[in-house]
Design a binder for this molecule. Structure first.
Ligand SMILES: NC(=O)c1ccc[n+]([C@@H]2O[C@H](COP(=O)([O-])OP(=O)(O)OC[C@H]3O[C@@H](n4cnc5c(N)ncnc54)[C@H](OP(=O)(O)O)[C@@H]3O)[C@@H](O)[C@H]2O)c1
Length: 260
């Protein structure tokens, strides 16, 4: 799985996802992250078809939403996502949220979808250590990925190290905290030293924590900026200074149907 991908949440305006994917593909992005809940799988599919890169060189992720888990229509959910995307397989299919009482049953069907080849890899998202432990104890296939919010303001090191010890890749979603840390002085000073932006420093910090990143942008200049994070390295003191920014700040909300 590429370490860098393009997030596509909220890329729903006319042509937005398609244009962002075409630009990103030209710049070297190969991973595109959507979800049935984002209501843009058709647009993402069109972007993938028209980006000029052969399908087998791309990595497409989508996710099952909570309602499909509740009614137990797991295979049907993937079939509908594939239909909307215009693909015959996804590279990664994620359980978007750990719906209590459902996620173990969901995972059993995910294992079948994996074996069928329609999901080349399967994983989870927003799982904590307890839920992952539960899954590991009751299943055969270890999730390839746990996609969780992870950035300098939300350093979830407990779940990160748990995943890394168990061979599960942590993919950081909302890696820019939707802009919330971009004006922090600590980051500005480091960014100036490397002639980078604070967004690039934040993304680089995540990579150096051993995680993958999927920043979202629909603007060409930012898509490019967010990809230029592989040619500089933060030193230990800089990593520690960024570590200290943690405030357990969550920028992405927990869905209402999981709060009841
Ligand atoms: N599994 C989950 O539950 C979950 C939750 C949240 C997100 N995700 C995934 O992770 C992806 C990324 O998360 P996110 O979209 O929530 O937030 P994000 O990537 O942290 O931030 C995106 C926001 O930052 C802006 N931005 C992007 N690059 C920038 C830059 N270089 N400088 C300044 N602003 C910049 C974007 O605006 P413009 O687009 O206008 O440039 C957008 O408003 C999502 O798109 C989705 O694919 C998954």
């Amino acid at each position: 799985m590429p370490l860098l991908g393009l997030g596509l949440y909220k890329a729903t305006a006319d042509g937005e996802a398609e244009n962002a994917i075409r630009s990103a593909a030209l710049m070297g992005y190969r991973l595109f992250d959507t979800a049935s809940a984002y209501k843009n799988e058709e647009n993402v599919g069109r972007g993938i078809m028209s980006c000029g890169i052969p399908r087998e060189q791309l990595f497409v992720t989508t996710k099952i939403w909570n309602n499909a888990q509740r009614i137990g229509n797991i295979e049907g959910a993937l079939v509908r996502s594939l239909d909307r995307l215009g693909l015959d397989y996804v590279d990664l299919y994620l359980v978007h949220w750990p719906v209590p009482g459902c996620y173990l049953d969901t995972w059993r069907v995910f294992e079948e979808l994996y074996r069928s080849g329609r999901a080349r890899a399967i994983g989870v998202s927003n799982f904590n250590e307890f839920q992952l432990d539960d899954l590991l104890m009751h299943s055969d296939v270890v999730p390839a990925v746990n996609q969780i919010e992870y950035h300098p303001l939300f350093r979830q090191d407990g779940i990160r190290t748990f995943c890394q010890k168990n061979g599960i890749v942590v993919q950081a979603c909302a890696p820019l905290a939707r802009g919330a840390y971009l004006y922090k002085d600590v980051l500005r000073v480091i960014a100036e030293k490397y002639h980078r932006s604070t967004a690039q420093v934040g993304l680089r910090w995540i990579l150096q924590k051993g995680c993958a990143v999927i920043p979202k942008s629909v603007h060409e200049d930012r898509i490019l900026e967010n990809s230029q994070i592989f040619d500089f390295e933060l030193d230990e003191m800089e990593m520690d200074a960024i570590d200290a920014l943690n405030e357990n700040y969550r920028s992405a909300s927990i869905p209402e149907d999981l709060l009841v």
